[in-house]
Design a protein around this ligand. Structure first.
Ligand code: MN
Ligand code: MN
Length: 320
């Protein structure tokens, strides 16, 4: 079985070549994902967005800013390419403008990816894509512990009379039994909402949450502790990361920005704090290149994806 790794940066400068994530081999044939431990999978769909649109260009933007990512992660002391065979699968098929049809396409294609045994790292797309992704993940692994990092709870029952938007995926996922609320946690919630119920809804539905304000008061370690307490036990785990968890200063290129968010350093430390936990899949959503400034959001997203890859590498290596 080949061990897939990026183009050699000592032979080919990093700005050369066709853009895959981290200059990984592009394995478009789904059967060949058996050759990989982890695959980057784009989900360029943004018809679920309710405010700004443009996250369909997120996967391309993140790939474009991933060229400088290097093999060795100093803080976690892991060489991601030594531990993992890594590939870029390209993007899943979608039908822009048609949400139910696209969600069905995404769920079916994601199921095909998961059937190979590879760990997927999905790049959105708006956050509505997490619903079909979770349908595929739960069909394979059973209900998951959801680790959800976001400014928004995305638990609304509906929006404008529609049941499926980027503000509703986890309400649907709860109703469908795709996630286990008792093992799930939301980090980074903030911003003005419609009423007090919007603040209490996470706990009322059985999830735990730590607001961005609480994180700023109590520190990242409190967030790490809560995630490990909720999601650290036995059973499958899934990480869903909305880039708007970060403050707009760090991530302006997104659809529904909220001030008072995490810094880049807090986000990196939050993810590093989860080292040792094994995730059955990851998604990173709501990156919108058209609203970005100097590509900082896309660069940050590429680095957050790298942190997720490092988590998979540490989990595969096992205890030292
Ligand atoms: Mn979201
Ligand atoms: Mn959000």
């Amino acid at each position: 079985m080949p061990h897939h790794r990026p183009v050699d940066a000592m032979a080919y400068p990093r700005f050369e070549g066709i853009r895959t994530f981290m200059r990984l081999p592009h394995l478009a044939e789904v059967e060949r994902l058996r050759e990989a431990d982890l695959a980057i999978v784009g989900v360029p769909f943004d018809t679920g967005a309710t405010y700004r649109v443009g996250a369909r260009f997120g996967p391309a933007g993140i790939r474009n800013e991933s060229m400088l990512l290097r093999p060795y992660h100093p803080e976690l002391a892991v060489d991601v390419h030594a531990e993992l065979s890594l590939v870029d699968h390209g993007d899943l098929p979608v039908t822009p403008g048609y949400l139910p049809e696209s969600h069905a396409q995404i769920a079916e294609a994601a199921a095909g990816v998961l059937a190979t045994g590879v760990t997927p790292l999905f790049l959105g797309g708006d956050h509505s894509v997490s619903l079909p992704l979770l349908r595929a993940v739960a069909a394979r692994h059973g209900p998951v512990a959801l680790v959800h990092v976001d400014a928004h709870a995305d638990l609304w029952p509906g929006y404008y009379g529609g049941k499926d938007t980027h503000g509703t995926p986890f309400r649907r996922a709860l109703e469908e039994g795709l996630i286990d609320p008792e093992r799930s946690v939301q980090i980074g919630l903030r911003g003005p909402v419609y009423d007090a119920d919007d603040v209490e809804v996470s706990e009322r539905l059985g999830l735990a949450s730590l607001s961005a304000d609480a994180l700023h008061r109590r520190g990242v370690d409190a967030a790490v502790e809560l995630v490990r307490k909720r999601a650290g036990g036995p059973g499958p785990r899934y990480l869903s990361f909305d880039i708007d968890a970060l403050d707009p200063v760090y991530a302006p290129g997104t659809g529904t920005p909220e001030v008072g968010g995490l810094t880049s350093v807090q986000a990196l430390r939050l993810l590093r704090g989860l080292a040792g936990l094994d995730f059955v899949g990851f998604d990173l959503v709501e990156v919108m290149p058209a609203y970005d400034v100097g590509a900082v959001t896309q660069l940050l997203a590429a680095n957050l994806a790298y942190e997720m890859i490092a988590l998979a590498a540490v989990a595969k290596r096992g205890p030292a």
